[in-house]
Ligand binder design. Sequence first.
Ligand code: G6P
Length: 453
Amino acid sequence: MLVASNRGPVSYAVGEGGSLNAKRGGGGLVSGLSAIGADADALWVCSALSDGDREAVRRGVGEDGVRMLDIPADVHADAYNGIANSVLWFVHHMLYQTPLEPVFDAEFRRQWASYETYNRAFAEALAEEAARGAVVVVQDYHLTLVPGMLRELRPDLRIGHFSHTPWAPPEYFRMLPDDVAGQVLRGMLGADRLGFLTQRWADAFTACAEQFAGGLGGTRIGVHGLGADADFLRKRSHQQDVEERMAALREEIGEGRRTIVRVDRTELSKNIVRGLLAYRRLLETHAEWRERVVHVAFAYPSRQDLAVYRDYTAEVQRLAEEINAEYGTPGWTPVVLHVKDDFARSLAAYRLADVALVNPIRDGMNLVAKEVPVISDAGCALVLSREAGAYEELGEDAITVNPYDVTGTAAALHEALSMRPEERAERSKRLAAAATALPPARWFLDQLQALRG
Ligand code: G6P
């Protein structure tokens, strides 16, 4: 069995004296696939992303079962920053808006050629590594052309593709140049089976295939709603480093205050700015919460090669400072914002959460919404966007919001903070049960079985 994804399970940084320090890869894809490590026969093919990764490839350093492809840095940058994250991510999350609509010009064509090269490098590596009749599962929007390319090289393989993002509806997808849209769809349809996180994204893909590619052909579609890994989270969140960070966070929050927690990559689709605006609105309209609540917001840097992400990060920081200047008092900091990635601290915040705020504009699933109820110590209320994939499974016990509606989100925060402790604990329990219904290992095995069957 082979897995292919842009980001792999580890990434390396060159430390002092040239040592290589390994770090766990971030984001939902890596969390979901973490269970593969247990399969001795599996090979995970991924891309070298950092200078440290390239150095690791050169020195032959690496983990068993992982092959990193050292694709030339400029080709990778075009494919990853240019096409995958600036075009395909924006299309599927419907993030283009005036004046940021795409301009598909000669620069785009050059980047698209790199995207093809990059996809071909994966297809060739997979063709080389796969045993006869092996199962290959390709991941996400970075690698949409791989299934079709691989099918040509190796017709004997069972090929799956899984999307960790939403899929754009046809009216939005057709922003892409026709030939590019056709290539993406035909590339995907080279797979025996395509997996999506929710029925909504699967339906959108099917509609695109019907309108722009003459239908699904022989390709089957499946829905697999990745859940949280309860065993791992419960164990990990009670280790010493998490306890230490809880103590530090308690200091920052202050005695006897409620906590609204959010943890995201600093990502446009996560809607962090409107979340802060909603929190400001809460303090403005419900003065009773002043001094009695703290918004703990972790916004970890992501895709900082892109100017629009750097600007967004700066705006998040500016707004947090503004709220603190406007409402803060000597003993109370209304927003505690951290931007340095720290997994143990994220878990500490989850445990302390009274309310979890998950308000993306559009999100394939959103694992944070599933993880917080599982490990919050006293049970948490969940304020959840109806545009997150997780809404399909958690909508009933969450307080749901339209992510664009800032006053509505402020009202939802007030409702969540005001919930009776018993009701909050009960709902949190039901949320946790729904959130862990399909743990990563099962989620992945189901896909393999469906592919083999
Ligand atoms: C999302 C995508 C993943 C990606 C992750 C982190 O979850 O679906 O494919 O790995 O974001 O983003 P990054 O660009 O840092 O890999």
